[in-house]
Design a protein around this ligand. Sequence first.
Ligand code: ZN
Ligand code: ZN
Length: 302
Amino acid sequence: MLPYQTLEEAASALGRNLTFAETLWFNYSASKSDYVLYLHNILFLFVIFSVVPLPLVFAEVLSWAGLDRYKIQPKVRLPFSDMLKCYKDVMRMFILIVGPLQLVSYPSVQIIGIRTGLPLPSGWEMLCQLLVYFLVEDYTNYWIHRFLHNKWGYEKIHRVHHEYTAPIGFAAPYAHWAEILILGIPSFLGPAMVPGHMVTFWSWIALRQVEAIETHSGYDFPWTPTKYIPFYGGAEYHDYHHYVGGQSQSNFASVFTYCDFIYGTDKGFRYQKKILKKLKEESNAVQNGGSYNNSTVDLKSD
Ligand SMILES: [Zn+2]
Ligand SMILES: [Zn+2]
């Protein structure tokens, strides 16, 4: 809740006129408590989990022309009923775990000092903070995820997330309730280290989930803007982790590729990419009149 009654009061407290965005924020948030503003995350998460994967559902079920060639595992095609079941399971966890977690976690947001007042953060400030949040979450998530691939962690908890060996958008938040709670820690760590404005916090929660849906989309679209982000893993990268399944010791990172590179857990993925590239080149050579037998695939892993 803002400590000003009017726009004029806010402007005189800031010592300048409010920007357009600040005026919007004032009109929207002035009479709402910080708790209510924080709980907006429940609505955002519900909309993101429900709406963002929908184009992917249409692409998969209707085989939208042209998109099939971007499927990472083209032989796997889930019927609509399976996707609906996944969404229902996600919503059940949303009602039982995600929503209640938001309801009770407000004191932690108060303690770390997420602010709701004016001035609003600059775009540059938001960008820097979001970058920190993504990096901190990625690093922490890497080690928790890697730990969950030990025998106990996998069988008791992480196995649920791996039920989809060919991921779909709805399956991004599909996980055991304990995993949902555990992975809330890396998400919270960045904002705890570099607390910002509520708008930045909302953006973080939303962007992280949209990123997870893209990563689990099952499609490797060449035009996605995330292709321009350095060290970004993307759909193909995480798809490989699901494809290998419980035995996977590769591609643990959730967002970027640097952790797997540094700790040597991307070797299987890089080896497979190398082999596939070689096979493709040879197949092109055959089509262009060359002979497949003229070259051999080096099956030795590096
Ligand atoms: Zn895993
Ligand atoms: Zn996954």
